[in-house]
Design a protein around this ligand. Structure first.
Ligand SMILES: O=P(O)(O)OC[C@H]1O[C@H](OP(=O)(O)OP(=O)(O)O)[C@H](O)[C@@H]1O
Ligand SMILES: O=c1[nH]c(=O)c2nc[nH]c2[nH]1
Ligand SMILES: [Mg+2]
Length: 161
């Protein structure tokens, strides 16, 4: 799916940490929340950072599976449901990004009273998220640090030919 994208955006651990702390700061005051729900798996690292910054110790996770039909992901279903809350009231649902919005559309039905936040947002899904830090164009594929590996790159002068 992502390999058809025109542009790529590489996120380092440092940058993910910085952006997620900015997202956390925007959720203050922390007392208005009871806990955090991570959307597994991409939301797990951002949710841990948010929980640490807001000093929230109730952390749950939800896992959604999707099937690919004509490159459009639909037919979402819950692989693992939330147990910490019935309707999401007082909870922050955290994901790494919103792209088409299908994942969050599905989760909003399950947790109608939660606040939904992501670190990154693409235009098609922006309306489904209550807060995000950075927006990217729809045809940009975001590479997260857990999907990457540092490797050697030839100096520019060595790449001439
Ligand atoms: O807005 P959407 O089009 O639904 O896309 C966004 C979702 O896709 C990715 O998760 P994915 O389902 O690929 O699984 P992962 O989190 O386990 O990587 C990402 O982490 C979001 O959860
Ligand atoms: O690593 C990812 N980068 C993306 O841009 C994206 N969009 C949906 N799912 C995604 N996963
Ligand atoms: Mg995900």
């Amino acid at each position: 799916m992502g390999w058809h994208s025109n542009k790529e955006f590489f996120v380092s651990w440092e940058e993910l940490h910085r952006a997620t702390k900015e997202l956390a700061r925007r959720q203050l005051p922390a007392e208005q929340y009871q806990g955090v729900i991570a959307v597994s798996r991409g939301g797990l690292v951002p949710a841990a950072i948010i929980a640490r910054e807001l000093n929230l110790r109730t952390v749950d996770c939800v896992s959604v599976s999707s099937y690919d039909h004509n490159e459009q992901r639909d037919d979402l279903n819950l692989l693992k449901d939330v147990t910490a809350t019935e309707d999401g009231e007082g909870f922050l649902v955290v994901d790494d990004l919103v792209d088409t919005g299908n994942t969050l559309k599905f989760l909003r039905q399950r947790l109608p009273k939660a606040k939904f936040i992501t670190v990154y947002a693409k235009p098609a899904g922006m309306e489904l998220v209550d807060d995000y830090v950075a927006d990217l164009e729809q045809d940009t594929w975001i590479h997260f640090p857990w999907d990457m590996h540092l490797h050697y790159v030839e100096p520019l002068a060595g790449q001439e030919s």
